[in-house]
Design a protein around this ligand. Structure first.
Ligand SMILES: Cc1cc2nc3c(=O)[nH]c(=O)nc-3n(C[C@H](O)[C@H](O)[C@H](O)COP(=O)(O)O)c2cc1C
Length: 225
């Protein structure tokens, strides 16, 4: 029987959009009789025993769905740590399908697809995981995971996202690979150039300023090289 492991990569743990996406998918898969389990990566990194338990779960699963936020156009530290641990273990992961689902704060999924997705591709290739598609979700805060909300608690504003997750669950059930997806999840007007352009410009200017103040390079992509 297909065993699906959800790795929740948000440092916010259960109060995160990453968790609510995972929970929604897990409920769908369980309804269809699939065997599932969920681990919070932050909690699992707390001791050698828990790390070993996480590695065992990875070993025992056919599909690994990693749900994480985007941090600095890249992976949160705990996910870098997780990827390093998996790479160091030299496990046989060849038949395991891997689906990363990344959500960002800003309404620009291009930020996710520019560096984070290629880094996950590179990781999968290095450790031998089978790429089965990815999902880049912009404006993740809209789903109120940090307030403990689950996808089924939300109203119409989450209809598009629930539909996307339903399709993803169907693909996992039918063992179909998906493309790398960066769907529109916001109401249409947010994609009007007249709104999108100034929002992007203001955001970009702000984050470049913050990076400069901290002595950082806003364009640095150390894990992509
Ligand atoms: C340290 C840090 C860095 C972040 N970097 C980005 C970023 O580069 N781009 C972006 O759109 N959002 C960024 N965010 C926002 C998160 O990706 C966003 O709030 C996301 O919805 C959180 O998901 P979660 O609830 O699953 O943790 C950052 C948040 C934090 C705390």
């Amino acid at each position: 029987m297909t065993k699906v492991l959800f790795l929740i990569g948000s440092p916010r743990g259960k109060k995160s959009t990453s968790f609510s996406f995972g929970k929604y998918l897990e409920d769908k898969l369980q309804e269809k009789g699939l065997d599932t389990s969920t681990l919070i990566v932050r909690t699992q990194l707390a001791s050698d025993e828990k790390i070993q338990q996480m590695m065992n779960e990875i070993n025992d699963s056919n599909v690994i769905i990693l749900t994480t936020p985007l941090y600095g156009d890249c992976q949160p530290y705990i996910i870098i740590k997780l990827m390093e641990l998996i790479a160091a273990k030299n496990m046989n992961l060849e038949e395991k399908r891997f689906i990363p689902i990344i959500n960002s704060g800003l309404p620009e999924s291009a930020q996710i697809t520019a560096a984070a997705i290629p880094i996950y591709h590179k990781f999968a290739e290095i450790v031998g995981l089978k790429w089965a598609g990815s999902l880049a979700v912009e404006a993740g805060e809209m789903f109120k995971g940090r307030w403990g909300k689950q996808m089924h608690d939300l109203g119409k504003e989450a209809d598009i996202m629930r539909g996307i997750l339903d399709n993803l669950a169907d693909a996992v059930i039918s063992e179909t690979d998906l493309p790398d997806m960066a769907p529109r999840v916001l109401p249409g007007m947010f994609y009007w150039k007249i709104l999108k352009k100034p929002i992007t410009k203001i955001n970009t200017r702000h984050w470049r300023k913050v990076a400069k103040e901290k002595g950082e390079d806003a364009d640095a992509r150390p894990y992509l090289d």
